[in-house]
Design a protein. Structure first.
Length: 146
């Protein structure tokens, strides 16, 4: 075949570009539907601290049950407590942000282990077969609740 009759070579990056465009479109759709995706655990902790600060500060403003409590003294004490908590947490976040990712992953693993244990017990507790009920460690006795 001559060069003039050969079909053009496919663009090697066309597939990668199409996939990247599809991924970007899907991410944009999800952001529009669900809001922005969560950041790292460290970023989420910062957001939590900011939200708590805003909420606690709001308790002392306007008509609320806490707005009448010795006014500025209570608000000052709470603000100082929040400031101390932030100053203790911020350096840890700055130096070791990956620690919070590991802690979040560990928490997820612990939750999965707990769910697994509970599901096993629930299956035994709700079993209708007498043999399954007798799998426990001690003697069992039927209690008639009627």
């Amino acid at each position: 075949m001559s060069e003039a009759t050969e079909p053009p070579a496919p663009d090697a990056d066309a597939w990668a570009e199409a996939c990247a465009e599809d991924l970007a479109a899907e991410k944009a759709r999800r952001r529009a539907q669900y809001g922005s995706e969560p950041g790292s655990a460290a970023e989420e902790l910062r957001k939590l601290l900011d939200a708590v600060t805003d909420k606690v500060s709001g308790l002392f403003e306007g008509p609320s049950p806490l707005s009448g409590l010795s006014g500025f003294a209570a608000q000052g004490a709470v603000q100082q407590l929040i400031s101390q908590a932030k100053s203790a947490v911020e350096p840890v976040i700055e130096r070791n942000p990956e620690v919070f990712d590991h802690l979040a992953a560990a928490g997820s693993e612990l939750l999965a282990a707990y769910r697994s244990a509970v599901e096993g017990h629930e299956r035994r507790w709700t079993a209708t077969d007498d043999r399954k009920r007798d799998e426990g460690t001690g003697p069992t006795e039927h209690i008639d609740l009627d």
